[in-house]
Design a protein around this ligand. Structure first.
Ligand code: XMP
Length: 319
C-alpha cells in the first residue's frame, strides 16, 4: 500500500527529528497500536528504544506471555517485563469511581516508566500508540460543551506533570490505518487483527471495586467467550468482544443447591473506528452456549447477560 509506505517513511523522519540522540521508552500494552508504534520507532532509532511491558494484574489470560514472545523472539527489540500487579491492585483497593481508577492507573504507569527510564540511564521521551480517536475522546465531546467522557490515553489518564515528553507517531491515524501500517511493517497477521484492549485493562470491565479475585473470575469467563467466538469463526467480523464482571450477586440453583454469585455481562460490537459502534447481533443460541459454559466452568458466576447497547448512547467499555 503506497500511502502507508509514504506514511512510514515520513513518520520515521519525524521521529528521528523529534528524538535526536535521546533515549525513548515505549509502553507496550499487548494491543496493536503500541506494537505498531514500537516497531516503527525501532526502525527509526534502533536501540535508542527500550520497550516496557507492564503487567498490572489487569491483563487477559496469558497476555504477558504472548507479548513477550512476539517482541523478544520475533523482533529482537529490547523488552523489559515489569511485574507490578501488587502495586496496581494495592492502589486500586477501595476505588470504585471510573475516573479515579483511570487516573490512578495512568499515574502508576508513568511511575513505572520513569523508574525504568532511570535504570537505563535516563530517557527523555515516552512513546505511546495513541490514535486520533483517543485524542478526540479524551479532550472533548464534539458538538457540545467541552466534557471529558473518559480519560483515554494508552495508559488510562495521564498525570498532569510528568518528566518525559511524549512521542506519539500514530496520533493522526484511525485503527484501520494502523493495521495497514502494521502490515506494511511486517507484523504477523494474527497480531495486526487483534481486537483492541484498553490500557487500564480489566479494571474498567469490573464496575465497582477491583480485586484480584474478581480479575481471576473475569479472566476465565473472558477466555471462554473469546475461545467460542474464534471457534465459531466470528472473531474477524467483530471489532471487539469481552466479558464484564458486574458487582451484583444474584440467586441461582445448581444441582440441589442454591448459588449466590456474580453476574457476567458479555459485550461484542462492530465498529469502524471505535467512535461509534453497534452491538453484534449474535444468534441467541450461540450466546446461550457461551453462558452455559461460563456458568459451568467459572466458579463465582451464576448468571450471564448480553449487552445490546450501541454507541452512542453507550460507550464500548463499561467505564
Ligand atoms: P469507549 O469505551 O470510549 O472505547 O467507547 C472506545 C475504544 O477505545 C478503547 N479504550 C481505550 N484504549 N486506553 C486505551 O488504550 C484507554 O484508556 C481506553 N479506554 C477505552 C476501547 O477499548 C474501545 O476500543
Amino acid at each position: 500500500d503506497w500511502t502507508m509506505k509514504a506514511f512510514r517513511d515520513e513518520a520515521i523522519e519525524r521521529i528521528r527529528a523529534q528524538v535526536g540522540q535521546s533515549r525513548v521508552i515505549c509502553g507496550l500494552s499487548g494491543g496493536v497500536d503500541s506494537a505498531v508504534a514500537a516497531v516503527l520507532i525501532h526502525e527509526a532509532i534502533g536501540d535508542q528504544l527500550t520497550c516496557v511491558f507492564v503487567d498490572h494484574g489487569l491483563l487477559r489470560m496469558a497476555e504477558a506471555k504472548k507479548v513477550v514472545a512476539l517482541f523478544r523472539d520475533s523482533y529482537n527489540i529490547p523488552l523489559v517485563h515489569v511485574d507490578a500487579e501488587e502495586t496496581f491492585l494495592g492502589a486500586l483497593a477501595g476505588v470504585s469511581d471510573p475516573e479515579v481508577k483511570r487516573k490512578t492507573i495512568g499515574r502508576l504507569f508513568i511511575e513505572v516508566f520513569e523508574a525504568e527510564a532511570k535504570k537505563i540511564g535516563g530517557a527523555e521521551f515516552l512513546a505511546q500508540g495513541t490514535l486520533y480517536p483517543d485524542v478526540i475522546e479524551s479532550v472533548s465531546f464534539t458538538g457540545g460543551p467541552s466534557v471529558t467522557i473518559k480519560s483515554h490515553h494508552n495508559v488510562g489518564g495521564l498525570p498532569e506533570r510528568m518528566n518525559m515528553k511524549l512521542v506519539e507517531p500514530l496520533r493522526e491515524l484511525f485503527k484501520d490505518e494502523v493495521r495497514a501500517l502494521g502490515r506494511e511493517l511486517g507484523l504477523p497477521e494474527a497480531f495486526v487483527g487483534r481486537h483492541p484492549f484498553p490500557g487500564p485493562g480489566l479494571a474498567i470491565r469490573i464496575p465497582g471495586e477491583v480485586t484480584k479475585e474478581k480479575c481471576d473470575i473475569l479472566r476465565l469467563a473472558d477466555e471462554i467467550y473469546l475461545e467460542e467466538i474464534r471457534r465459531a469463526g466470528l472473531y474477524d467480523d467483530i471489532w471487539q468482544a469481552f466479558a464484564v464482571l458486574l458487582p451484583v450477586r444474584t440467586v441461582g440453583v445448581m444441582g440441589d443447591g442454591r448459588t449466590y454469585d456474580y453476574v457476567c455481562g458479555l459485550r461484542a460490537v462492530t465498529s469502524v473506528d471505535g467512535m461509534t459502534a453497534d452491538f453484534y447481533p449474535f444468534d441467541m443460541r450461540f450466546v446461550g452456549h457461551v453462558a452455559t459454559r461460563i456458568i459451568n466452568e467459572v466458579r463465582g458466576i451464576n448468571r450471564v447477560v448480553y449487552d445490546v447497547t450501541s454507541k452512542p448512547p453507550g460507550t464500548i467499555e463499561w467505564e
